[in-house]
Design a protein around this ligand. Structure first.
Ligand code: MLT
Ligand code: ZN
Length: 465
């Protein structure tokens, strides 16, 4: 794109979007130009801030006419660099932040309809005000926006009970790459009429279309919550604890997180809360919730049995909501603490749940043999088979080599190299290495059908052709 075409496009966008609808000053666009981890600095032509779906459609049309690429962005809290532009100075970031309305909450039909720019926490609060639960939840929920959560099919802390974002989307409105709007904002539990096209856009990271609004599924809001932190001797004990919790608490389990001792040390070292239990190599954070009054007793029973079987060496059950929030602050502080600690090479992998102890042992061995001195910090959503196997490495240990070592072990266990964060820019090469050629070819056919000119978030997920 020539500088003149870019300038002309910026002028057209400014005229269409009006005051407040377009950012061009370097200091205004700076926050939209780089990802949360500061790994992928870019330079957009401008940041468009449409206020409604018709404006999004016109932005897409104007960009297409000019041959400019479009990079949709929500809260920009993703960890894979999927929402930021490249350094060409020609890509248009489309921030959905101004489209932040909650259009409807239906406590009987258990649905909430929100626009893409609605902050996840705001949507959760609206559901709570109607005594219902919006179960998608993760550390960045105070900044992440509904559109981005859907575009990345975010996972998080409650997947073990409620599934990934995909399982919580009933209807979608999207703007396609040609500027047409597809309104599928149906609030139906059952809708088996033809292709379920919304699934294509959930998790597509803005490469197939722009999510502008969604109908989300709500759940009953459990009256009682039991949150416990347990110190466990090793991951095998954590796995036995998972089975015990399944047997005793059933589907009341809404989070089952494995946390390394190193994670909690990092949280404490970098200004976070202190671990209330004694030092241990591993911890498990379990949360169960139910409206049935026997929950607390059942949770105490699980803790007592775990201690008796020596699958836990210490444990605490929160006595109040405040104490529970304190335990969660330990878990949710890990990512920020890791970022402050220095260089961390992230991995967001999944393996079959029962294989987690063997996977951790094998990955530890592979690291020790092939990357001496690198430290693994493993934590994550054990109940989903999802481990963040983050490697704190020396500057001369190349990220690519670290990825190959860890993902090689993941392959050996039949796992996935991205359980919940998506691919963005960070894992493009690894996706192509680890998915079967027929799967990549199929994905490219879908991309070509929906974005033949390659203007939607180019370079993300499948990379450049
Ligand atoms: C989390 O579960 O806290 C994040 O998804 C993990 C990460 O920062 O790697
Ligand atoms: Zn996670």
């Amino acid at each position: 794109m020539s500088p003149e075409t870019t300038q002309d496009l910026v002028a057209r966008l400014a005229a269409r979007l009006g005051p407040g609808g377009l950012l061009t000053d370097a200091s205004d666009v700076a926050p939209f130009a780089i990802d949360w981890r500061h790994l992928f600095p870019g330079r957009p032509a401008c940041v468009a801030r449409p206020a409604n779906t018709a404006e999004v459609a016109d932005v897409v049309r104007l960009c297409r006419e000019a041959g400019a690429a479009i990079v949709p962005q929500g809260g920009n809290t993703g960890l894979a660099g999927g929402a930021v532009p490249d350094g060409s100075g020609t890509q248009v970031v489309v921030s959905l932040a101004r489209m932040n309305a909650i259009r409807a909450v239906d406590p009987v039909g258990l649905t909430l309809t929100a626009e893409a720019g609605c902050v996840l926490k705001t949507a959760q609060d609206a559901a709570a005000a109607a005594n219902r639960l919006l179960p998608v939840s993760f550390a960045a929920e105070g900044s992440a926006m509904v559109g981005g959560v859907i575009a990345t099919n975010a996972g998080g802390l409650n997947v073990v009970r409620y599934g990934m974002t995909r399982a919580n989307v009933l209807g979608l409105e999207v703007v396609l790459g040609d500027g047409s709007v597809v309104d599928g904002l149906r609030a139906l539990r059952k809708d088996n009429a033809g292709y379920d096209w919304k699934q294509l856009f959930i998790g597509s990271e803005g490469t197939l279309g722009l999510v502008t609004a969604a109908v989300l599924r709500l759940a009953a809001r459990p009256r009682h919550v039991a949150t416990a932190l347990l110190a466990v001797p090793d991951p095998a004990a954590a796995l036995r604890l998972f089975t015990l919790a399944q047997d005793e608490l059933g589907d009341a389990i809404q989070a089952f997180e494995l946390i390394s001792g190193l994670s909690l040390d990092l949280v404490a070292r970098h200004g976070g809360p202190r671990n209330p239990l004694g030092p241990a190599d591993w911890y498990v954070l379990i949360e169960a919730a139910s409206s049935l009054p026997a929950l607390r007793e059942a949770a105490e029973g699980v803790l007592a049995t775990a201690l008796e079987r020596e699958d836990a060496v210490d444990g605490v059950i929160a006595e109040s909501g405040q104490q529970a929030a304190g335990l969660w602050a330990l878990r949710e502080g890990i990512t920020e603490a890791e970022a402050k600690e220095g260089r961390g090479v992230k991995h967001d992998v999944s393996v079959p749940i029962a294989a987690i102890p063997d996977f951790l042992a094998a990955a530890g061995r592979a690291l020790a043999e092939q990357l001496p001195g690198a430290r693994a910090n493993a934590f994550g959503h054990m109940g989903d088979g999802n481990i963040h196997y983050n490697v704190l490495a020396a500057p001369d240990q190349p990220g690519e080599t670290i990825n190959h070592v860890v993902h090689g072990v993941v392959d050996a266990f039949g796992g996935s190299i991205s359980a919940e964060h998506g691919i963005g820019q960070y894992r493009v090469a690894e996706l192509v290495r680890h998915r079967r050629p027929a799967e990549i070819a199929l994905a490219r056919r879908v991309k070509a059908a929906l974005d033949p000119e390659g203007l939607l978030n180019p370079g993300k997920v499948l990379g450049r052709e």
